[in-house]
Design a protein. Sequence first.
Length: 113
Amino acid sequence: MELSEKLSEIQRIFGNYSASFPEPTKEYMKLIESVMSSGKIPVKYKELIFVTLSLTQRCDWCLAYHLKLAMDSGVTEDELNEATFIALLMGGTPALMESIKLKEYLDELKKMH
């Protein structure tokens, strides 16, 4: 599945949850905003961490979402490549193989800009 499809699915599921469970969804979104705001760790590095965790957890939706935010926050392709090897150390070869999706999503993001 392509990056744009994953991003659409994320919007759709959160829209559904927001309609069905407005209070928990609102609270969850507040948590996301709080964690993602710039603090001691700049947003760029938080997104790089999220990409690495997405690889180790093998979450396609997380990878699509956080790769887009990482690129939007100024993460470079070289930084992503280095983060891939951090994922390898923490998640083994399956995490490294997830970098195939990362490259596919990255190519799609480049075409979008």
